[in-house]
Design a protein around this ligand. Structure first.
Ligand code: GLA
Length: 349
């Protein structure tokens, strides 16, 4: 469909097949250093090849070689989450005095947009762009009024941009015709060794967070905001992920929402940095979102197989930039309701 190769930046697409009556593609964005592969099924990042010591290229994200595996994708590899990433308690909230009932797909809660969230949809291909300093592909999806229980027709655009500064930028846009909550995120799991050693071994993590949202046994916020000081969630000085990963017996690892310090709406700030000294790779995350969900692949058990074989517990870490979980039920949290005429815009790099 589209093929441009002008060193050092390029964008290519390859038709994978027809699914749900729609064309599914694999796109490859490349600069001198990085190769990023993306599919419009779930708007998912399927691989990121990055050099380490001695220029050794490795795929540093969990993913499937066969795109049709993204139809199932039980651990949400690489995909876009929505309409509301993370949990909404009991799958319900009140909006403009109306009870909104969402699908309940995770125990008693609504998780990551429901049974068939944005991660399972085949997105339209809107635009493929080539410029001297960046290449991009933009996807679009129309989520109908009532989908998974959400009010309003919501039109979402997600653009992946790779530039010549080794930044992969994700830009999210959304517009609605009725008030509705919107919380968009990407669920890529990283292992900077290319999955040679588990995340608990040598990965060091910094998160620009001084506090976190306390949660209850149902995995949703109590409403209390607690300090990370003297807890296993203090990553303000970089720590080995492995240091306290076994402290959370219910979750079997980290699964927490950390609140980004110095966040102000519309401003992109340093959120986190992941370093793996043995392989020599570093990932730095910037965002305008107020929080990050830290999740360490706690329930992987080797049965889901992809690029790196069977994915094992603590094989990788997801650093999901997003709003606080369950915000529609917590007026004190940063608000996530998009109004008709309003425009949702967010960037994560
Ligand atoms: C997020 C959640 C986790 C889990 C994963 C998906 O990270 O916080 O509880 O649902 O997604 O496996």
């Amino acid at each position: 469909m589209f093929n441009v190769r002008k060193d050092p930046l390029s964008v290519n697409s390859e038709l994978y097949g027809i699914m749900q009556g729609k064309e599914v593609y694999r796109f490859t964005l490349q600069n001198e250093t990085l190769r990023v592969e993306i599919t419009n099924l779930g708007c998912s990042i399927t691989s990121i090849y990055a050099p380490g010591r001695n220029q050794l290229q490795k795929n540093i994200v969990a993913g499937f070689e066969d795109i049709k595996d993204y139809q199932n994708n039980p651990h949400y590899f690489g995909c876009v989450l929505g309409r509301y990433a993370n949990r909404i308690a009991g799958g319900r909230f009140i909006l403009d005095e109306k009870n909104i009932l969402l699908s309940v797909n995770d125990g008693v809660n609504h998780l990551h947009g429901g049974f068939k969230g944005f991660n399972k949809k085949i997105w339209e291909i809107n635009n493929i762009n080539y410029f001297a300093d960046e290449v991009s592909v933009e996807f679009e999806y129309l989520s109908r009024d009532g989908e998974e229980g959400y009010p309003g027709n919501l039109r979402i655009k997600v653009k992946y941009i790779l530039n010549n500064k080794n930044q992969l930028c994700i830009e999210y846009h959304a517009e609605t015709d009725k008030a509705t909550p919107v919380n968009l995120s990407n669920h890529t799991y990283f292992n900077l060794t290319g999955f040679e050693t588990p995340i608990g071994k040598d990965h060091l993590l910094y998160i620009n967070a001084l506090s976190y949202t306390e949660k209850n046994l149902n995995n949703v916020p109590t409403g209390n905001i607690l300090s990370v000081a003297d807890t296993a969630l203090d990553f303000i000085i970089p720590q080995k992920i492995g240091r306290d990963i076994s402290r959370f017996s219910n979750d079997k690892g980290f699964d927490q929402n950390l609140i980004l310090a110095k966040h102000s709406p519309g401003k992109v700030i340093l959120a986190a940095q992941l370093k793996e000294p043995v392989s020599g790779r570093t990932l730095t995350i910037y965002t305008d979102q107020p929080a990050i969900q830290l999740y360490t692949a706690n329930f992987w058990d080797g049965t889901v197989k992809g690029y790196h074989g069977g994915y094992q517990q603590h094989g990788a870490v997801a650093l999901e930039t997003q709003a606080f979980p369950d915000s529609p039920n917590h007026p004190s949290f940063p608000q996530t309701i998009l109004q008709p005429g309003g425009h949702y815009f967010s960037t994560t790099i």
